[in-house]
Design a protein around this ligand. Structure first.
Ligand code: 6R9
Length: 635
């Protein structure tokens, strides 16, 4: 019996039960049968949740890049590993086979070693979505250096905070990057970020745009001449299962970002396993995840999960609207993409565009659609299903986090059923529970609570870099004995989970707990509405009342605002009764968002409650200019 691929619903339940009853056997077998180890482990896991101490595959020796590349070479050497689609449609794509990827990674690894990078050193990577980014991550992992990718849109201050926090020895960057019609100067931002003394000894610069850059003697080096000279083979470092693989920063609601530390073997085993099952992976597939490699979704599925399974993965440098709003659909057509994995924010924005952008392209290669990052509202779900998947592609609404490393709750394409706005069932190995006050588990169905996981899983982040106390406090203290996700969820009559948003997005109106995500979902069904965000603010009588920030579709802006207001509240009433009605509705041009597309409800809540002097950590915001505009027009 192999547990690596689930074939049908019945088997899903069997595997799930096995994973709960005999987790050692379940994960042990998956790890043993599907990966290359230098040396097997002595113990599958060991943990103490209260102390946030979790270890998997103890004593095992492994290198994740040997598993991503080397072991595929005999069978799949000529198969495309990475398809690179540049920002400009004038520039030619690159089809990088597994053989070619081996050579590129080996050369880059040799360059890094020649520049003094050793096992355990931290390397920050600040690169656009070009092959060098993937290659740099893999090269670090190959030699045991800990990569920390910083999204190449972050400000100098945000880079500075991250570089300092992890004590990076090297930064890998580029002269500049292309984003749609714009060019950004990356090297200048790095210069600014490390203008004062930091731990950084070397800055390795990739040439991309041909921008003029200043090179600091002794610190800054061009990659190209070193890379040309580098040897084409490389001996990988032998890593312990629990050696750190990477640090990835995720924003905290207050204070400084958290450097989540992921380790080698558990991360490898579970990203591979979930990729294979959630996306119904077949050998001739072309997988496309639109997330940037600077996010966990890019790490786990665009890169590691895909390569671990020997799949072909698309790396797209540009943006969905350049040169026109049909770019995504043209890429699907061009490479005959079979799995398309994107975010609700992208879907919501593309569905407001002319439908001709879609119909111009042949999307018949698609087999699976995926969504991640935020609750997907019903309207977006149906548009995705009807117009992109033509009702023949299962949609996997995948719930997970930077901290969880891999997908936790999601339909499995062609195996378990989907239900709009529901992440549905936990994957085998994931013991999801809903917790209520006083640390009690809420059992039964048709209930709501704080989403926790009561048993460890292999790809859990092991700590916050340099701050284990904060790790314990954030994830293991609210509901001792479990991992607390920070999200609220409800479980329906058949046991499917629906994520209702962060628990701080729950508003108590006249004593009723209202999750804001389902209310937004109702609002978004209004034909004039593009996007919405609902937050609570104090109210004399009700305790709290609801404040909605709403953007309208292009054709919606000409409609009478008062009517739209009324209709929105009628819609909400029809779903939740009058309790869910918004007391205030402000129409805005845009909502503040993180660079990965999440609506920053925290900021909107501060505005609604008049606490505008402290917005917390705003370094991840992509459009700070909209905030002032919203404040100026506040109701
Ligand atoms: C993978 C990723 C994690 C938070 C998470 C939750 C929200 C992610 C979701 C979802 C509803 C989904 N989230 N996927 N909410 N449905 N399918 O996004 O990681 O950037 O760390 O964010 O995103 O609130 O707790 P990360």
């Amino acid at each position: 019996m192999s547990y690596y691929k689930i074939s049908d619903l019945e088997q899903y339940f069997k595997h799930y039960k096995k994973s709960v009853r005999e987790p050692r056997k379940f994960w042990g077998k998956i790890a043993e049968e599907n990966f290359l180890w230098y040396q097997g482990w002595e113990k599958v896991f060991e943990f103490e949740m209260i102390k946030g101490e979790i270890k998997w595959f103890l004593g095992g020796k492994v290198n994740i890049v040997k598993n991503c590349i080397d072991r595929h070479l005999s069978k799949r050497g000529d198969k495309p590993a990475i398809i690179f689609e540049p920002n400009s449609i004038e520039e030619k794509e690159q089809i990088i086979t597994y053989n070619e990827l081996y050579t590129r990674v080996a050369k880059m690894a040799n360059v890094l070693r020649s520049q003094g990078v050793k096992k355990g050193d931290r390397v920050c990577i600040y690169l656009p979505m070009i092959p060098e980014l993937a290659v740099a991550m893999l090269a670090c992992a190959r030699i045991g250096a800990i990569h920390s990718v910083i999204f190449a849109g972050f400000s100098a201050a945000a880079v500075n905070a991250r570089v300092k926090d992890c004590g990076a020895k090297m930064i890998i960057t580029a002269d500049g990057s292309y984003r749609g019609a714009k060019t950004l100067q990356l090297k200048t931002i790095i210069d600014e970020a490390i203008k004062e003394e930091t731990s950084v000894e070397k800055v390795l610069v990739v040439k991309r745009t041909g921008e003029e850059v200043s090179m600091k003697e002794g610190r800054d080096i061009w990659l190209a001449p070193l890379y040309e000279e580098a040897e084409e083979t490389n001996i990988a470092e032998i890593m312990d299962s629990e050696d750190p693989l990477f640090i990835l920063y995720t924003s905290g609601s207050t204070g400084k970002p958290k450097g989540m530390v992921h380790t080698t073997a558990g991360y490898m085993v579970q990203t591979a396993y979930t990729f294979n099952n959630v996306f119904h992976n077949n050998d001739d597939d072309v997988f496309w995840c639109t997330a940037d490699l600077g996010w966990i979704t890019g790490h786990s599925y665009l890169l590691y999960g895909a390569l671990l399974n020997g799949a072909t993965t698309v790396l797209f440098e540009g943006i969905p609207t350049y040169p026109d709003a049909g770019r995504f659909w043209s890429i699907i057509d061009k490479y005959k993409v079979t799995q398309f994995y994107t975010a609700p924010t992208a879907i919501r924005s593309l569905m407001t565009e002319d439908y001709e952008h879609v119909t111009k392209h042949d999307l018949s290669s698609l087999r699976v659609l995926g969504s991640v990052g935020e609750p997907i509202n019903e309207e977006a779900w149906h548009w995705f299903n009807d117009f992109i998947g033509k009702k023949r592609c299962p949609i996997v609404d995948t719930w997970w986090q930077t901290e969880t490393g891999s997908i936790m709750i999601s339909p499995l394409a062609y195996v378990t059923p989907a239900k709009p706005t529901y992440a549905t069932l936990p994957l085998p190995g994931i013991q999801a529970v809903l917790m209520g006050e006083k640390n009690t588990e809420i059992t039964g169905n048709q209930v709501m609570g704080s989403l926790c996981i009561k048993f460890p899983w292999p790809s859990m982040a092991r700590t916050i870099w340099g701050d284990h106390e904060r790790y314990i406090k954030t994830y293991f203290s609210d509901f001792p004995g479990t991992y607390f996700t920070g999200d609220g969820a409800l479980r329906d009559e058949v046991g499917y989970y629906r994520i209702t948003g962060r628990t701080d997005d729950v508003v108590i109106v006249s004593g009723h707990n209202l999750g804001t995500a389902p209310i937004e979902d109702a609002i978004n069904q209004h034909p004039a509405v593009a996007e919405s965000a609902v937050v609570g603010y104090p109210h004399e009588i009700k305790g709290n009342a609801l404040y909605g920030y709403i953007t309208l579709k292009a054709e919606g802006t000409s409609r009478d605002r008062e009517n739209v207001r009324k209709e929105i509240n009628q819609l909400i009433t029809s779903h939740f009764g009058p309790i869910g009605k918004l007391d205030k509705i402000q129409f805005v041009d845009d909502l503040p968002k993180t660079r990965s597309g999440k609506i920053l409800r925290r900021i909107l809540r501060s505005i609604a409650t008049n606490e505008m002097d402290n917005f917390g950590d705003t370094s991840t915001m992509i459009n700070p200019e909209v905030v002032q505009h919203i404040i100026d027009n506040k109701l």
